[in-house]
Design a protein around this ligand. Sequence first.
Ligand SMILES: Cc1cc2nc3c(=O)[nH]c(=O)nc-3n(C[C@H](O)[C@H](O)[C@H](O)COP(=O)(O)OP(=O)(O)OC[C@H]3O[C@@H](n4cnc5c(N)ncnc54)[C@H](O)[C@@H]3O)c2cc1C
Length: 506
Amino acid sequence: MKADRVVIVGAGMGGLAAALELAHRGCAVTVVEAAAVPGGKMRRVETDLGPVDAGPTVFTMRGIFDALFETVGESLDEVVSLTPLAVLARHAWGEGPSLDLYADVERSADAIGSFAGAAGARGYRRFAADSHRIFDLLDARFMQAPRPSLVGLASGLGLSGLAIRPFETLWRALGSYFEDPRLHQLFGRYATYCGSSPFMAPATLMLVAHAEQAGVWTIRGGMQELARALAGLAAARGTQFRYGTAVESIMVENGTARGVRLAGGETIAADAVVWNGDAGALWRGLAGPAVARATPATDPQTRSLSAVTWCLAAKAAGFPLAFHNVFFSADYRAEFDAIMTRGCLPDRPTVYLCAQDRSDEGPPPTGPERLFCLVNAPPAADTGRPADEEIARCEATMMDCLRGAGLSLEITSRAVTGPRDFARLFPGTGGALYGMATHGAMASFRRPGSRTAIPRLYLAGGSVHPGPGVPMAAISGRLAARTVTEDLISRPVSIRTAMPGGMSTH
Ligand SMILES: Cc1cc2nc3c(=O)[nH]c(=O)nc-3n(C[C@H](O)[C@H](O)[C@H](O)COP(=O)(O)OP(=O)(O)OC[C@H]3O[C@@H](n4cnc5c(N)ncnc54)[C@H](O)[C@@H]3O)c2cc1C
């Protein structure tokens, strides 16, 4: 029997997970990727000291990948080398004491007790228990399920649904756990893992703190090794990868997706197409007019955070860096007002710094080392912002923030990526890195699911359900693979179910 042909546009985490699973099920998969390598946002940038991870650096929820690898008869540990971190992250506020969080709740509670007193430790224990509960309530019913409706989720959860606190902001909810403003800020920052402001995100995002609490791993060779591993396993199952090749449009015949046209005119016919670019790119017509209404309109106002990032080779002195470090600004609200309301970079940014040559054990590097710094930024690339001068000013204030905690950097090599660069790399985003922001109770339910309004056109990636982040994007890829398989087996497309003009009747 002839294998079903599936074209996947994009070798980001969602596209790779879908490719691996579909190839394993016997589909003839072709992945078309504009970049030269797999990984998408999971990318590397060269410095004097070698490649620096320039996208995701916090690897959590390894169970999602264990399950994916198991499904295809492989073992994650045999393909990539993971090391758990004991210190999840080191947090600093100016020249005051710093606070480490650990992969062990009681150890973190003790550290918080020493840092902020017994009330802080008690608040943290309650917070850790509640965020764990929210995570457990939503794991199978929301995160790993095809996109549920609010009503469906609420009826599934019953009274325990109140525990997920969708109608309260994260910032407000945190006030009931933490009196110390530093702890309030630290736990509010988890909203940014979904590209959102803690002042607008629902308290439900407490679950992100639990995802991190449950474990953070480093990957030998860098995060992109995970993408390479998935691509290698998919290739071993017959997937063809076309790197350095952009899809110009998705072909639609009789209202049904039938393949893709590449920049240059070549076409690839398919029985199903999975779009792993940003969902908003379709609506903006970036995959051709025939699929421009495949997903609902997205308002640029709802976009998630962008970032300015610095990949550095530098000698660091004056502050004992861990692998993950956060240097907080004094006024978090002012920071998010600047980004979300005024569309500009904050005057005083919070800085995330990943010291990629460090580990829990072993001595710190004695010479220059590879560092990655990130400051949140507005997704305003459509308007040309932030301009180079604004980014240069931000670099100066970022260095001030690090110096405030005693850290000085002697930089030998640097590469800066800002919202306009991200918008070019990830078309249709305006630089937003996480799809739509999770602002308000309904935001999570507005993300599109795997199916689109066009039969045989599917979505996978951080801009669709269940949301952004490496594990979530992988789940979306698995959900897309499942939906493609269901449709190819059980829903042969006929002229009756597909109307010209691109809208499906089912
Ligand atoms: C700076 C940064 C830091 C982050 N930190 C973390 C973190 O610490 N932990 C975490 O879990 N997550 C983090 N994330 C988020 C995480 O990286 C993403 O949510 C996830 O990797 C997105 O995967 P995706 O499947 O959406 O694909 P993407 O990574 O968005 O890749 C999509 C791919 O599609 C390709 N493409 C698009 N259009 C076309 C076309 N027309 N033709 C061909 N190819 C096309 C693009 O080139 C790209 O390679 C971070 C992201 C960034 C940018």
